[in-house]
Design a protein around this ligand. Structure first.
Ligand code: FAD
Length: 248
């Protein structure tokens, strides 16, 4: 079984993000980047499918040289091949999807896994766009997957429950938290990954379909208000919660 996972290299979720002076990018001072957390579930699921069904796992990332760090992490987890689709420019979700889809068409995997969203720009768009570009079925927000006989049965998380979906392969899936518990790379895996090759494919720049206009921080929260310090404040508190905050 041919498996592929697409991974993004994103600011660590613990990092404090500030908008840069040009208001068109983030200030990268002191910000470390990591493999997108949802993409770790995608890589882990591909590794488990390989362990169960045989085959090989390719990880693909589109971006600059910095993305090699996340590709190396995936190699340390145990994937067979890592590919950097190199573009130092800025691509919107469509551009990222286009680059990935062109490469995936070439290697035609049975299963392509994405994270449900990239925690930098949060579009949740690339996986389903790639499925459309490849003309493949897609199942998003997957929390369980069983594969047998050229078919897949996936469980999706929906409001208040789960939905069970069956599809034929090849197909595209996007991973939700809870799908699995990603493994920690072993020391042997980390050492081995250092010398494993990362295939580089240069991409030509692509005009974005959506252009960034400006980045803004959310407005600062107003200071808290003390209504009173004993039970006499309760009626006023209830009135404010009802009439101003409109939460009761
Ligand atoms: C209008 C616009 C302007 C932007 N400007 C900048 C900028 O100036 N600087 C900058 O650094 N970024 C910029 N970006 C964001 C950058 O292009 C995003 O990384 C890209 O759009 C993917 O994020 P997303 O939120 O669209 O991904 P989502 O659709 O949320 O990602 C879903 C999944 O797709 C896969 N995926 C996403 N991105 C990649 C990737 N690069 N390689 C492999 N797999 C991937 C992962 O599996 C991920 O979990 C911009 C995006 C937009 C829309």
């Amino acid at each position: 079984m041919k498996l592929a996972a697409c991974i993004n290299h994103v600011p660590d979720t613990a990092a404090k993000i500030n908008v840069a002076a040009d208001r068109m990018s983030i200030d990268k001072t002191g910000v470390t980047n990591v493999i997108n957390p949802y993409d770790e579930f995608a890589v882990e699921e591909c590794l488990r499918l390989k362990e169960k069904n045989g085959g090989d796992v390719t990880v693909i990332s589109l971006g600059g040289d910095a993305h090699k760090e996340s590709l190396r992490k995936a190699l340390a987890m145990g994937v067979d091949k890592a590919v950097l689709l190199k573009d130092d420019g800025v691509r919107d979700s469509y551009g990222v999807a286009r680059g990935l889809a062109d490469y995936l068409k070439e290697i035609s995997p049975d299963i392509v896994f994405f994270g449900k969203q990239s925690v930098d720009y949060d579009d949740g768009a690339v996986g389903v766009m790639v499925a459309e570009m490849l003309g493949l079925p897609s199942v998003s927000v997957v929390v369980k997957l069983e594969v047998a006989g050229g078919k897949a049965v996936a469980e999706r998380e929906i409001e208040g429950g789960r939905e069970v979906v069956e599809t034929t392969l090849p197909a595209v899936f996007t991973a939700q938290k809870g799908l699995n518990e990603p493994r920690y790379p072993s020391l042997k895996g980390i050492m081995g990954a250092k010398s494993k090759p990362i295939e580089e494919r240069p991409l030509t720049a692509l005009t974005a379909k959506a252009a960034l206009v400006q980045m803004q921080k959310p407005p600062a929260k107003p200071a808290g208000r003390v209504i009173g310090t004993d039970a006499t404040a309760v009626p006023e508190l209830v009135r404010l919660l009802h009439e101003e905050a409109k939460v009761i």
